[in-house]
Design a protein around this ligand. Structure first.
Ligand code: NAD
Ligand code: DAU
Length: 330
């Protein structure tokens, strides 16, 4: 099987590239290498005979038409993925997450690709007070990021209905693990704690997320690629609900720091209070998460402790400018 994977130099995409190669697929990884795309994330497979890299934008129709030739399936990870950046600067989100997705869909249709997998997010459902979201629930996104992902999802479903494209959608919950850009909660707090820096908790810190280890998320996407029913959506959740302050406490323990590092800062505008997913549909395909939250979080903290060379250049360069724009200089 030959896959066109987009965004394969990012956090989850790079883990999926490794999984796909290990399962015997050939992979063309098309990535624009935005601030979040890092060739280091796939350095260990760069010389694999089944791996090819294409430096391109998913919104570039010509580049995508070239890269998609001969692909049996497309797995679309490419996106602007950070909620806070979407609040500062929404335009790139619409260009990549909506327009880029439509360009890819059109190319997939023209190339008669066998399957299109859209990697989406639980954030498209919005916030839920109690219970869990099902795939049939209405979309109510809160941020420019989640609205752009919802726009991408709707394009995917429209391409299926209108053009008969074999397309499926995965909606994953908050993912963590090695190689996650240190703007997201867990890698930001772990790397700050390792350096004895403050942990900026938004608002009261009682917002709840459902955490999933990156390899379990990738296995869920693989199951949907392999066995999902065309036109269907599949939730991919870890079942590990925890408030941000709980995550913060765990990180302080794992890094040997104390609560004096916690700094409550202004809340995120439009901040969703809680996410939770019903995953019965995906479990019906035989998938279940294999990693315990505690062990995977400890392994993730250890990875950041052992891989300063990966994150220190990021935090001293592009990320520092972004952080100072949000919080001022420290
Ligand atoms: P990431 O920000 O780490 O990586 C995104 C990758 O996409 C980068 O390599 C970047 O260079 C590439 N990219 C961005 N714009 C592009 C464009 N126009 N053309 C080609 N490549 C482009 O993201 P991530 O956290 O790995 O998320 C991957 C996908 O999974 C996204 O679609 C995201 O919405 C979804 N998702 C993420 C999470 C999470 O918790 N991180 C959870 C659920 C779903
Ligand atoms: O739910 C899936 C989504 O999870 C993905 O679609 C997104 O791509 C991914 O970024 C993530 O979105 P969140 O907004 O939930 O993740 P983030 O790591 O930005 O924030 C997690 C929670 O922690 C959220 O309630 C905001 C809070 N937070 C975050 C940061 C970066 C803080 O309190 N302080 C921070 O500095």
């Amino acid at each position: 099987m030959k896959l066109l994977v987009t965004g394969g130099c990012g956090f989850i995409g790079s883990a999926f590239v490794r999984l796909a190669l290990a399962r015997g697929a050939a992979v063309v990884n098309l990535d624009k290498l935005t601030y979040a795309g890092n060739p280091e994330n796939v350095a260990d497979v760069a010389d694999h005979p089944g791996y090819t890299f294409v430096h391109a934008d998913i919104a570039d129709a010509d580049a995508v038409a070239d890269a998609i030739r001969g692909a049996d399936a497309v797995v679309n990870f490419a996106a602007e993925s950070h909620v806070d950046r979407s609040i500062l600067s929404p335009a790139d989100f619409i260009t990549t997450d909506v327009v880029g997705t439509a360009v890819l869909l059109d190319a997939a249709r023209r190339a008669d690709v066998g399957r299109f997998v859209q990697v989406s997010t639980d954030e498209v459902y919005g916030s839920i007070r109690s219970g869990a979201f099902h795939e049939t629930d209405p979309l109510a996104p809160s941020s420019p990021y989640s609205a752009s992902k919802a726009g991408g999802d709707l394009q995917v479903l429209a391409w299926h209905r209108t053009f008969g494209l074999d397309a499926v959608i995965t909606r994953g919950s908050n993912t963590f693990g090695p190689r996650q850009y240190p703007e997201k909660l867990i890698p930001l707090f772990v790397t700050n704690a390792l350096d004895g820096l403050e942990l900026p908790v938004y608002g009261d810190g009682m917002q709840v997320r459902d955490w999933i280890f990156v390899d379990d998320h990738c296995e869920g996407i693989w199951a949907v690629l392999d066995q999902g029913v065309a036109g269907e959506v599949y939730n991919v959740g870890g079942g590990n609900e925890e408030a941000n302050l709980g995550i913060t406490r765990r990180i302080l323990e794992l890094t040997g720091r104390d609560a004096s590092l916690v700094r409550h800062v202004a809340d995120r505008p439009g901040h969703d209070r809680r996410y939770a997913l019903d995953t019965a549909r995906l479990r019906g395909l035989g998938w279940e998460p294999r990693h315990s939250f505690e062990e995977a979080l400890a392994a993730t903290v250890a990875w950041y402790r052992d891989n300063r060379a990966w994150w220190e250049p990021i935090k001293s360069g592009e990320y520092r400018r972004y952080y100072e724009e949000q919080y001022g200089t420290r």
